[in-house]
Design a protein around this ligand. Structure first.
Ligand SMILES: Nc1nc2c(c(=O)[nH]1)N[C@H]1C(S)=C(S)[C@@H](COP(=O)(O)OP(=O)(O)OC[C@H]3O[C@@H](n4cnc5c(=O)[nH]c(N)nc54)[C@H](O)[C@@H]3O)O[C@H]1N2
Ligand SMILES: Nc1nc2c(c(=O)[nH]1)N[C@H]1C(S)=C(S)[C@@H](COP(=O)(O)OP(=O)(O)OC[C@H]3O[C@@H](n4cnc5c(=O)[nH]c(N)nc54)[C@H](O)[C@@H]3O)O[C@H]1N2
Ligand code: SF4
Ligand SMILES: [Mo]
Length: 741
């Protein structure tokens, strides 16, 4: 029998609609869903592999417990009880701060991680929460927190309407975009050009994205903040800027940035002053323009400054919160706001034990996980819970990360595979497959370049005896708390509290609805579905349980499997400001105070070689290398190097070099390319599948090397705790000039 299943791809931020053809219970083919209101049929090679992930024999189907150094399959009851008891024992003996959690990237791509992690982390009660955010976008949260009062109020480039796109450190041709959810970046970029607009990409590597742009500028890694500061200074020099009254601090910003001029940053960035001045003029005079910075700008020691300055450039050119500029999406599930102003954003409410790092959004820098495990004393971390994460490959200084994992007294991993990280665990709890769950992009609806809502029911029913991931997380919550509450009760209590609160929000269409009536309606669903229904119906487009009959509800999304288009982005300031004064802060004092650190790089001679990363279309962080169709073909985990540098080293194409950093050393095969600037080498991350104790049969055949052996856990952006993953000083030495054999 042949059936169709329409669902949103959960693998990356692009949220493409997919059409799966199912024959006799297995996935025959996956195509882009042409009727999807947002992606219109776009798909990438990864999206076609959901069936392979589902069928992968290495995917764990049952929980594992390590007994006498061997993993054995056990029942769910036994596994959850053992996981809870192990964590509880450490808490009882040493306090909650002797535990830690790492929550990885896939959590933002699934409903369980998005909606049920909070109670679990609360039950754990540890200040030692680490996540992928501090090897990624934490600088953006911090800069937006200070400017707009909320770390989640992130402006995205309005690429469908802009006349000028200035892209720094982003490669959406490979990554499909990040902090800017837009299926089909290539098509949307081409549309900018077709309507007469211009795209400028700034990257130490002439990436595919750069090649598709109108202009590409090489930049010395780590110097974007200084360059954008110079653009701002150039714009401000040219004349008076008029901003709305609610944007405050322009004079302070101008004064603080005065030392960053097109001339003063030229040597450090390698961008000639006349180019900087020309770009500043083009940007300021385009009918609309938007600067957009991503991984390459955020994962440096100046990530927060770069993130702030990108939005400041948008603001001073009149492009913040304006069509074609940087705009704030209005997600279907956000809490509507009645008036500007709120609690604002703070960091440093407490500090980490060893490094004294300030807390940021309740998290510590992932780069500091190792020191918390390895440094003896009161509060030393002895137990770790990892949910959907592979810190043994994804965070800095991997060799020490692995040594630290080995040192733990107890570890639990919630993962679909026995990865390089999960293999260190005492208990592994695997959720059902990607096709056995429902989906809604809780995080990415707040980052979409066009407001959209899309819900996917499960394609396949999960096996009856396999709990859903949200049930696993809630059961673990109960087990840590040592209570014997059924998961259904805990879920009900959480949903009821959410509903009660939502109904008291005067800005919600559901304001004042009788709670009993509303509860009855939403309780047609359970689990994440019920939470979604509450958030949709009480949200900005909600049906308000009848006050807005055409509005959104979960049922309405179920009835519209290709999604619902909620229109182009609209200006949201000052209403959306969550700063206590309801204003937008252009020159937060902590950022101004950090500028001397940035100014110092202007006169520092650069090191001979620096390492950057790169993403590849057929790869997904550390975990999709077990899909044969994605890894076959030529070796992709290569050290990309400019031929001029290779000449000096004496390495030919196919040769290999030893790359040494302060943290460690790897040997990597070399790929020569004029596309990378001299003095810079690039290695993709997430590889290094040579761990015999992991269970990744396909990946192990093409292991590649782990680039995070080279990133240093002490190199972090002090404002956000984000790790430096780009611009790492390295030394190179020849291993073999030619390919062996
Ligand atoms: N050097 C360097 N390092 C980097 C980066 C870089 O550019 N350069 N990028 C960084 C970035 S941006 C990120 S986001 C991180 C990502 O790094 P991590 O946070 O470690 O996330 P992933 O590698 O995407 O996946 C982690 C694990 O989640 C599991 N998983 C997949 N689906 C599910 C699921 O549905 N449920 C559960 N429970 N588990 C699942 C996978 O099997 C995998 O083991 O890496 C960072 N590390
Ligand atoms: N295929 C694929 N897609 C993915 C992922 C994946 O692993 N594979 N991961 C997903 C995740 S978790 C994320 S966070 C996103 C990230 O998505 P993007 O932000 O688009 O990330 P990258 O593709 O790593 O692009 C970063 C670019 O920055 C450049 N760069 C490095 N250092 C500097 C610098 O100092 N300055 C400037 N201007 N540029 C620099 C690099 O050469 C690279 O081209 O991608 C997501 N999508
Ligand atoms: S671009 Fe991202 S969301 Fe779209 S099909 Fe590929 S992996 Fe899935
Ligand atoms: Mo990421």
């Amino acid at each position: 029998m042949t059936t169709m299943s329409i669902r949103t791809c959960p693998l990356c931020e692009a949220t493409c609609g997919l059409e799966l053809t199912i024959e006799d219970g297995s996935v025959k083919v996956i195509r882009g869903d042409k009727e999807d209101v947002f992606s219109h049929g776009f798909i990438c090679p990864k999206g076609t592999t959901l069936g392979r992930l589902h069928e992968d024999p290495d995917r764990l189907r049952a929980p594992l417990i390590k007994k006498n150094s061997e993993f054995v399959e056990v029942s769910w009851d036994e596994a959850i009880a053992a996981a809870g008891a192990g964590l509880r024992a450490i808490i009882d003996a040493h306090g909650a701060s002797a535990t830690a959690a790492y929550v990885g990237n896939p959590n933002v791509h699934n409903l369980a991680g998005s909606l049920y992690l909070r109670p679990l982390l609360k039950a754990l009660g540890s200040p030692n929460v680490f996540s992928a955010s501090t090897v990624d976008q934490m600088p953006k949260h911090v800069s937006c927190g200070a400017m707009f009062g909320s770390p989640d109020l992130i402006p995205v480039p309005d690429i469908d309407r802009t006349d000028y796109l200035l892209m720094l450190g982003a490669d959406p041709y490979e990554s499909n975009g990040s902090l800017a959810t837009a299926p089909d970046w290539p098509g949307r970029m081409a549309a900018i050009q077709e309507r007469g607009g211009k795209i400028v990409t700034v990257d130490p590597r002439k990436s595919k994205t750069a090649k598709a742009s109108d202009e590409h500028l090489f930049i010395r890694p780590g110097t974007d903040a200084a360059w954008v500061a110079a653009l701002i200074t150039t714009v401000l020099e040219a004349g008076d800027v008029e901003l709305p009254d609610f944007m405050i601090g322009l004079a302070d910003a101008k004064e603080a940035l005065a030392g960053f001029t097109a001339e003063s940053v030229a040597a450090a960035t390698t961008i000639p002053a006349e180019t900087t001045r020309r770009i500043a003029v083009e940007f300021a005079t385009a009918p609309s323009a938007v600067a957009y910075g991503r991984m390459g700008t955020h994962t440096t020691e100046y990530g927060t400054l770069a993130s702030w300055l990108v939005d400041l450039l948008n603001a001073v050119t009149g492009n913040l919160d304006s069509p074609g500029g940087a705009m704030f999406p209005m997600a279907a599930i956000v809490t509507p706001q009645a008036a500007p102003g709120g609690r604002g954003f703070q960091t440093g409410r407490y500090r980490s034990r060893v490094g004294g790092h300030p807390e940021v959004r309740g998290e510590m820098p992932s780069a500091a996980l190792v020191e918390e495990i390895q440094t003896p004393g009161e509060g030393q971390v002895r137990a770790l819970l990892v949910v959907g994460g592979n810190p043994a490959r994804s965070i800095p200084d991997s060799e020490r990360v692995e040594a630290a994992l080995d040192q733990l007294e107890f570890m639990v991993a919630v993962d679909v595979y026995l990865t390089e990280t999960a293999r260190h665990a005492d208990v592994v709890l695997p959720p059902p497959s990607v096709l056995e769950r429902s989906h809604f992009d809780v995080a990415f609806t707040s980052l979409m370049v066009r407001n959209t809502a899309n819900y996917s029911p499960p394609t396949f029913e999960k096996p009856d005896d396999h709990p859903a991931e949200w049930e696993i997380l809630l059961a673990l919550t109960a087990a840590i708390q040592g209570n014997d509450l059924p998961v259904a009760h805990m879920d009900e209590a959480g949903a009821a509290a959410l509903l009660a609160k939502a109904l008291t929000n005067p800005a919600s269409p559901a304001f004042g609805t009788d709670q009993v009536v509303a509860w009855d309606e939403v309780s047609r669903f359970t689990g994440p579905q019920r939470i979604l229904d509450i958030r949709l119906r009480t949200g900005p487009y909600g049906d308000g349980f009848g006050t807005n009959p055409d509005g959104l509800s979960l049922q309405k999304l179920i009835d519209n499997p290709h999604g619902i288009d909620l229109g182009p982005l609209e200006p949201r300031l000052p209403l959306a400001s969550n700063n206590p004064d309801g204003q937008v802060h252009l020159a937060p004092s902590e950022f101004v105070a950090d500028l001397p650190r940035l100014a110092a790089i202007l006169d520092t001679p650069s090191t001979p070689f620096v390492l950057v990363g790169r993403r590849q279309l057929r790869s997904n962080n550390s975990w999709m290398h077990n899909v044969e169709v994605l890894v076959k073909g030529k070796e992709r985990c290569t050290l990309m190097m400019n031929p001029a540098d290779a000449d000096v080293l004496g390495v030919d194409p196919g040769g290999s070099v030893t790359v040494t950093s302060e943290a460690g050393q790897v040997d990597a095969p070399v790929e020569l390319s004029e596309d990378i600037m001299p003095g810079v080498v690039s290695l993709p991350h997430g590889w290094g599948h040579d761990d015999p104790e992991a269970r990744l049969t396909v990946a192990a055949r093409r292991p590649g090397v782990n680039s995070n052996v080279l990133s240093n856990r002490t190199d972090i952006d002090p404002l956000s705790g984000n790790a430096r993953l780009n611009g790492i000083p390295v030394e190179l030495a020849l291993v073999s000039s030619h390919r062996a054999g």
